[in-house]
Design a protein around this ligand. Structure first.
Ligand code: XMP
Length: 305
């Protein structure tokens, strides 16, 4: 475990030294990594930093409003409403890696627009150690590591947390006084709910994933999972009232992990599982079935795509 105080002092110095009088930009997703990197950099250089939050429409319930509130102390924060543009770009896309690519491209386009507008010289990124390791292998592309630096002509990139593990980032976040909804937030993938919706991403499936995930997060809080969420798998027959319906199958996933590289499915009480199915299938109209995923990583991954 790093010594948090000296890490923060060194990271601040690294950031201000790299930037000098120049302007930097950071993609703020609301996840603990980018939020902590943004808070560190904002402490170091203040309004020389422009944090950009892109509302992709692939975020969890209430997330954009939360970000607006938590980061209201950053006067330079930009919130870009790009929901329609992401949905349009994803139309007809079913291959998981293609989805990541389309989302990454659209994200870069949105980000580039702001970077040009504010004439940013530097890019700050919340890359952490496991991101670098997974991206070096061929497990899957993580768009928060690749892409941006090649496309936008920055003078330099600053990655103050490149050697930290997730639990160390959380410690830094707490040290910086970031609110618990950020410091204790579960990891959330860059491509958001798009990798929790199998096949084509539609507004309807996103809504099911979003509402179900909100229920899962609430019901499973006491299990303190590394990640807990709902994914939309496909459609299956069910009965609601007197009618046969062809509704969505929602998978609940709840895992324990240290760094996301391996994970164990959590053992949940039968009562908890029943509560989940009754809330999800009972309150979300077009859901006909709820299943619990008992697969560890490996052989599964944490996300569905
Ligand atoms: P997997 O699904 O590979 O996930 O077991 C491991 C950890 O990484 C997150 N994840 C992503 N994060 N971009 C990200 O920023 C991605 O494309 C991506 N895919 C997975 C996942 O939520 C888990 O914490």
């Amino acid at each position: 475990m790093v010594d948090v105080e000296s890490f923060v002092t060194d990271a601040r110095a690294e950031i201000s030294e790299a930037l000098g009088e120049d302007t930097a930009i950071i993609a703020l997703s609301g996840g603990v990594d980018s939020s902590t990197a943004a808070a560190l950099a904002y402490e170091a250089v203040g309004e020389q930093l422009v944090p950009v939050y892109v509302d992709t429409g692939l975020m969890r319930k209430g997330e954009t409003d939360e970000i607006r509130e938590v980061f209201s102390f950053m006067d330079t924060l930009r919130i870009v409403d790009a929901q329609d543009r992401f949905l349009d770009a994803l139309e007809g896309v079913t291959d998981p890696e293609e989805k990541r690519h389309v989302i990454g491209e659209q994200f870069i386009r949105e980000f580039e627009t702001v970077a040009d507008e504010v004439d940013a010289d530097y890019l700050v990124q919340g890359t952490i150690y496991p991101d670098r390791i997974e991206s070096e292998g061929t497990i899957k592309s993580h768009h928060n590591v690749g892409g941006l630096p090649e496309r936008v002509d920055f003078e330099g990139i600053v990655e103050p947390m490149r050697d930290l593990y997730k639990d160390e980032v959380r410690e830094v976040a707490r040290h910086l006084g970031l609110e618990e909804i950020i410091s204790e937030r579960m990891p959330f993938p860059g491509p958001g709910l798009a990798v929790r919706v199998l096949g084509e991403v539609t507004a309807e499936k996103l809504e099911v994933a979003r509402e179900s995930t909100a229920i899962v997060e609430e019901e499973l809080e006491e299990y303190d999972p590394w990640q807990a969420f709902a994914a939309v798998l496909g459609k299956a027959t069910g009965v609601k009232g007197d009618n046969r319906v062809h509704g969505y199958v929602v998978a609940v996933r709840s895992v324990e992990s240290r760094d996301g590289m391996t994970a164990r499915a959590q053992e949940l009480e039968w009562e908890t599982l029943q509560k989940l199915q009754s809330r999800i299938a009972g309150t979300i109209d077009n859901v006909s079935r709820v299943v619990y995923d008992v697969t560890h990583k490996p052989p599964a991954t944490i996300e569905y795509e």
